[in-house]
Design a binder for this molecule. Structure first.
Ligand code: ZN
Length: 228
């Protein structure tokens, strides 16, 4: 369990229930396929289960979820700022995508050929490999997604060593640099594997983010993606 999380729950408890004695609190992370957090009271002990999708969340978000769970438990009004902060985090692109990734990895995997109707993912990988990685990266299985999903634009699946890119990008209206940007992002996941730092999962490390900024038309690509 990550350091500080118990203290966050204890402090939040004291804020909500000044004067009440502090119960024992047990917090575990669980691999929920959906972002899901629960709290219950058993034999005077508070049992908290947090989705492992929140493991890398910033402290402000963990304070927000502690507030929401404890306020619900003790029927106190939920602070609107805290609720908004939590919703923003969960609704953010990364969490949505990660939730989908987890769901997909726990489900069945069907890979499609790299060559689509308009774009060839193997070719794009090799161009990016030469341009950004000195050609040093071993190419994983490159696959278009089964469905035309707008919610997971791409993901790297370490279990299958595969990069899967949403089929919506295999279209002449999609500029090559936008697709390249998506593939580049997934290649950075290959280069910077998700690792545990303490008990904290770091998905987009500082190194990852710095390297992502090296993509020359990132701002333009992001603007295109926002309009999808
Ligand atoms: Zn990512």
């Amino acid at each position: 369990m990550r350091a500080g999380l118990l203290e966050i729950f204890q402090e939040t408890y004291r804020e909500l229930r000044a004067g009440a004695s502090l119960p024992e609190i047990k917090i575990d992370f669980f691999a929920f396929a959906n972002v899901n957090n629960t709290i219950r009271l058993r034999n005077g002990k508070l049992l908290v289960r947090l989705s492992d999708l929140l493991e890398g969340a910033p402290e402000t978000v963990l304070r927000a979820i502690a507030h929401i769970l404890l306020a619900k438990m003790y029927r106190r009004p939920v602070n609107r700022g805290q609720a908004a902060r939590y919703r923003r985090y969960v609704g953010s692109h990364e969490i949505v995508r990660k939730a989908h990734l987890v769901r997909q990895m726990r489900g069945r995997k069907l890979l499609r050929p790299a060559r689509g109707h308009f774009y060839d993912l193997d070719a794009i990988f090799e161009e990016l490999n030469a341009h950004f990685f000195h050609g040093l990266m071993a190419r994983p299985r490159m696959s278009w997604s089964q469905t035309r999903t707008r919610r997971i634009l791409g993901h790297y699946d370490p279990a299958h060593n595969a990069i899967i890119i949403s089929r919506i990008f295999d279209h002449p209206a999609v500029p090559a640099f936008v697709l390249e940007y998506i593939v580049y992002h997934e290649m950075l996941h290959l280069k910077h594997p998700v690792r545990l730092r303490g008990s904290r999962r770091c998905v987009h490390s500082a190194d990852f983010q710095a390297e992502e900024k090296l993509f020359p038309r990132a701002t333009e690509a992001n603007a295109f993606l926002k309009r999808l």
